[in-house]
Design a protein around this ligand. Structure first.
Ligand code: HEC
Length: 266
C-alpha cells in the first residue's frame, strides 16, 4: 500500500530532478562557452584556453602590457596580484610588466592598480570612444569573441581615419594594433546582394609571425583576459576538488559507522 503511494511520487521527483539537472547543465555549458555573447553574426572560433597554464598567462600578460595597456585600463587588478597568481616574483613584474606611470609621472608601484596612462578625454578625442576597461570583457563578450575579434581585422579604405575594420565588430574604433605580427589580410566574399557571404581571409602582406604563431599570441592574450575576469577560478577549482574528496571520505566513514550501529539490531 505504502509503496504504491510512494511510487508515483518517486517518479515525479525523479523527473523534476532530471529536468532541473539538464537545464542547469545547459545553462552552465552556455555560460562557459559564451553563447550569450553576441558575435554580430560572424562565426566565432574557439581557442584552446587553459588558465591553469602559467606560462601561457605570463606570455599573455607580457603581450597585454606591451600592446594593449597603452589604451585599455584593467584597473580592478593590481600588479602584485599578477606576481602571486602567475608564479612570478615581484622583481620580474617590476622589471618586465610595469610600463605605466602614476599621476606624478613616476613609474607605477607593484602594489598599484593596472591603470592605463591614457586619460579618458584623450581616448575620446583620439578614437571617438574611450577604449573600454578590459578587466571583465572575457565575461561580457566571451573568450571566443575576443579571440576571433583579434583575428579579424582588415584594411578598409572606406573608413577614413582608422582605415581598418573588423568582421566580428564592424565599425570598431580600435586600430589593428597587432598588424606587424599578423600582417594584413582581406576578406574574400562569395555571392551578390543578400547572398553575399564571407568565405575566408586572404593574406595580403606577411607579418613577422606565421599564422600559427599569431594564433598562439592571441590565444595567450585571450587566456590572460580570461584570468583577469575571474582571477580565483583556479583556487575555486582546487577547493571544489578538495570538498568532493572530503565528502567522499565522509560518506565512507558514515557508511562504516552505520554498519557498526546496526550490526546488533537485525
Ligand atoms: C590605440 C588604442 C588601442 C590599443 C593599443 C588597443 N585597443 Fe582595444 N580598443 C580600442 C578602442 C578605441 C576600442 C573601442 C572600440 C569601439 O567600441 O568602437 C577598443 C575595443 C576593444 C575590445 C572590445 C571591447 C568591448 O567589449 O567592446 C577588445 C576586446 C579590445 N579592444 C582588445 C584589445 C586588446 C587585446 C589589445 C591589445 C592586443 C587592444 N585592444 C589594444 C583601442 C585600443
Amino acid at each position: 500500500m505504502m509503496s504504491a503511494l510512494f511510487k508515483p511520487m518517486k517518479k515525479m521527483i525523479g523527473k523534476g530532478a532530471l529536468v532541473a539537472m539538464v537545464s542547469g547543465a545547459v545553462l552552465m555549458a552556455s555560460q562557459s562557452t559564451g553563447v550569450f555573447a553576441a558575435g554580430g553574426g560572424f562565426p566565432l572560433e574557439t581557442p584552446r584556453i587553459d588558465t591553469s597554464n602559467k606560462k601561457s598567462l605570463q606570455r599573455g600578460a607580457k603581450a597585454y602590457v606591451n600592446y594593449c595597456m597603452g589604451c585599455h585600463t584593467a584597473d580592478y587588478h593590481r600588479y602584485s596580484r599578477l606576481a602571486s597568481d602567475l608564479g612570478l616574483d615581484e622583481d620580474d613584474v617590476v622589471n618586465n610588466l610595469i610600463f605605466t606611470t602614476d599621476k606624478a609621472g613616476e613609474i607605477s608601484k607593484v602594489g598599484s592598480l593596472m591603470a592605463s596612462t591614457m586619460t579618458t578625454d584623450y581616448g575620446r578625442q583620439a578614437f571617438g570612444v574611450v577604449p573600454p576597461n578590459l578587466a571583465l570583457t572575457a565575461r561580457s563578450r566571451g573568450e571566443d569573441w575576443i579571440y576571433t575579434y583579434l583575428k579579424s581585422f582588415y584594411r578598409d579604405d572606406s573608413r577614413g581615419g582608422v582605415g581598418v575594420n573588423n568582421l566580428v565588430y564592424p565599425g570598431a574604433a580600435m586600430p589593428h594594433v597587432l598588424w606587424e605580427q599578423q600582417g594584413w589580410q582581406e576578406p574574400v566574399y562569395e555571392g551578390e546582394g543578400d547572398e553575399k557571404h564571407f568565405v575566408e581571409f586572404k593574406q595580403v602582406t606577411e607579418g613577422t609571425m606565421t599564422p600559427e604563431q599569431y594564433d598562439g599570441l592571441i590565444t595567450d592574450i585571450t587566456a590572460f583576459l580570461s584570468y583577469l575576469a575571474d582571477p580565483i577560478k583556479q583556487t575555486r577549482h582546487r577547493i571544489g576538488m578538495f570538498v568532493m574528496f572530503f565528502l567522499l571520505v565522509l560518506t565512507g566513514i558514515a557508511y562504516l559507522l552505520k554498519k557498526e550501529y546496526w550490526k546488533d539490531v537485525v
